[in-house]
Design a protein. Sequence first.
Length: 247
Amino acid sequence: MVNPELAIIPQHVAIIMDGNGRWANKRGLPRTVGHSKGVEAVRETVRAAGDAGVKYLTLFAFSSENWSRPETEVRDLLGLLRRFIRQDLAELHRENVRIRVIGEREKLRSDILPLLLEAEETTRFNTALTLIIAFNYGARDEIARAVAMLARDVEAGILKASEIDPEKISARLDTAGIPDPDLIIRTSGEERLSNFLLWQAAYSELVFLPDYWPDFDRKLFLDALKTYASRDRRFGGLSDKTIAVGG
């Protein structure tokens, strides 16, 4: 049910889920506990987004830079992903949630890729919330792969270099067919995009929260939506308010 306090609902919300390790360190707990607690926040956020009427929710689950973390932490993170898909996929499917995965796939470990493909295939015809999992994802890598595809098309004579425009680039990104995010939320007090949806974020509203991701809940999500609704989005032009006062 859409919250009556939210006058404007963003169609697409993207979240940089940051602060699991710091949440755990602050409590004297292993970082793995913070990651496990973060999965609970994912579950609540998916439900909150669906209830609010959001159509697309993108979660930055694992960046292409995360492989440089200690091997034990990478192993724990991958284990959480496996458990999330195995334990939550059936429920997400029952809730009519569609799952899409963005990120580089060719070099993914053989025990991870089949799980991601299964999640996509199982839910491909669902029509409620689309949950986009950014896994092994980096925006610069995504753009480079899109440019390489365009270059191959030019070499093959399929496309002229002069015909390349923003729409053709967007069509070759991992997010092809998905609207750009209206709102990007980042937790933990950091105020940067960290190589996340750089092309797609051109006109996104940004909300930075001091809370660590394991503390993210329905209230914080709805508060971010209220902040979004209060913004005056102009997309490079004049807002209705400015036009009305002749500014």
